[in-house]
Design a protein around this ligand. Structure first.
Ligand code: NAD
Length: 325
């Protein structure tokens, strides 16, 4: 990555901020573009003094221009948590469609490689388990989650069309549930919610009976997988996720134990079209990118809980203070 000029859309978000950091560490110049819909400058404030880093406030669905050379575009802009995309349904569809069009246009104009952050949600409520890249998915096109799932499916299709029609060098990564420090305590995803609840003594709210499964990948692993794809010429799509599968109730109990919490576990209504199972077949990533997840869920959760303790002000046993959303 040394000497490359890289645009990261959505760079002030959870995953984007780590990508910016890793790219800078590897000697790249980074232009982070974000409209702060669900991200925040705070996620990259530690990078702002670095000469190779530039933060641009920019809505990808509007006019997008970057002067000078660009070698790589990592397109990560999009609301990603169910709470966020249900609150911003049209924005989510727009950034997945128009935003992707603009990001692809930028890559085409500059002759840059383009990497699309797609998602395991393209598999919907899967009828095949574990999910291989060859599986086409089971998505309800008019369900509430479709604003995210279909936007990403469209984005994959558009990326493929640019590759086939314009010869743009593209790669598609299907990211599975990723967690780690810098997630927002109120973003609605299971892990930050459970950790926040466990640390503040609130009941831990498990959806349904908790038997649905998830496979969780620590952020450092996901970022390495994305960068391995970016550095290759592989078009994908390729799954990046940790195949260790667990039920949601198991996840809640693990977090509760690791946080040393006495919060009770309670059950709430399961969201519409919530997938019953989720596990990547990660063999393609191993074969084509030499990528394997390295951080086991217990170690990753420990690190994440430690960060949330600081963030929530519960590290010293003091009470929960208001948190940035
Ligand atoms: P996030 O919400 O923290 O980050 C998304 C960023 O995109 C935010 O900073 C937001 O402000 C920005 N953004 C949204 N609309 C924009 C627009 N129109 N113009 C410019 N910026 C815009 O979410 P995240 O978890 O970091 O996810 C990043 C990407 O990775 C998303 O594309 C998401 O679909 C994908 N992904 C994430 C996960 C995961 O588990 N975190 C899983 C699968 C896929």
């Amino acid at each position: 990555m040394n000497g490359l000029r890289v645009v990261v859309t959505g760079g002030a978000g959870f995953l984007g901020s780590y990508l910016c950091e890793r790219l800078l560490d590897r000697g790249a110049e980074v232009i982070c573009m974000d409209n702060f819909l669900t991200g925040s400058p705070r996620n990259v404030e530690h990078l702002i003094g670095r000469p190779a880093f530039r933060l641009l406030e920019c809505d990808l669905t509007g006019f997008v221009h970057v002067p000078g050379q660009v070698d790589l575009v990592l397109h990560f802009a999009s609301a990603a948590s169910p709470v966020d995309y249900l609150r911003h349904p049209i924005e989510t569809l727009k950034v997945g469609s128009i935003g992707t069009l603009h990001a692809l246009g930028l890559a085409k104009e500059k002759g840059a490689r383009f990497v699309l952050a797609s998602t395991s949600e393209v598999y919907g409520d899967p009828l095949e388990h574990p999910q291989r890249e060859s599986y086409w998915g089971n998505v309800n096109p008019v369900g509430p989650r479709s604003v995210y799932d279909e936007a990403k499916r469209f984005a994959e299709s558009l990326t493929t069309a640019y590759r086939n029609s314009h010869g743009t060098d593209t790669g598609i990564v299907r990211i599975f549930n990723t967690y780690g420090p810098r997630m927002r305590p109120h973003d609605g995803r299971a892990i930050p919610t459970f950790i926040r609840q466990a640390l503040t003594g609130e009941p831990i709210t498990v959806a349904g009976d908790g038997s649905q499964t998830r496979s969780i990948c620590y952020v450092a692993d996901t970022v390495e997988g994305v960068l391995a794809l970016a550095e290759s010429d592989f078009e994908g799509p390729v799954n990046i996720g940790n195949p260790t599968e667990m039920s949601v109730i198991e996840l809640a109990e693990t977090i509760r134990r690791l946080a040393g919490s006495s919060s009770p576990v309670t059950f709430v209504e399961r969201p519409v079209d919530d997938p019953a199972v989720r596990r990547p077949d990660a063999s393609l990533a191993a074969e084509r990118l030499g990528w394997r997840p390295r951080v086991d869920p217990v170690s990753g959760l420990r690190r994440t809980i430690a960060w949330f303790e600081e963030e929530l002000g519960t590290a010293d046993g003091s009470s929960y203070r208001a948190v940035v959303s």
